[in-house]
Design a protein around this ligand. Structure first.
Ligand SMILES: [Zn+2]
Length: 116
């Protein structure tokens, strides 16, 4: 450690201050790691869910910004028009995933989605 520098500064308080502000790596790294752990604990089990949703919505915005895309009337995520089926009787677009989940079921909506 900095024996020579501390020797000039006789007061114990000065020694402590110097340690707190001067020596960065060992203590600060431990504190940073603790903070990250606490943050992980706060998010708990939903942490991975939040991350996956963030990825999902980033992808959705990217698709929406490309143009020639619109929302699925069920899950409300954007898809290229080529990947959507417009159901004339119900009046909205359905993505492949929602179409599969719906199967033969029909789901009427209050408002019709405009066909593009
Ligand atoms: Zn969908």
């Amino acid at each position: 450690m900095n024996g020579n520098l501390n020797g000039h500064n006789g007061a114990a308080g000065g020694f402590r201050e110097r340690n707190a502000s001067g020596e960065r790596s060992p203590l600060d790294d431990v504190e940073r790691a603790d903070t990250l752990d606490v943050r992980r604990d706060v998010r708990g089990e939903v942490g991975p869910l939040i991350d996956s949703l963030r990825t999902l919505f980033q992808g959705d915005r990217a698709t929406a910004s490309q143009g020639n895309a619109t929302r699925c009337g069920i899950c409300y995520l954007h898809f290229p028009l080529a990947q959507l089926e417009y159901r004339e009787s119900e009046g909205y677009y359905v993505c492949a995933g929602c179409g599969h989940a719906l199967g033969a079921a029909r789901l009427p909506m209050v408002r019709r989605q405009k066909r593009l």
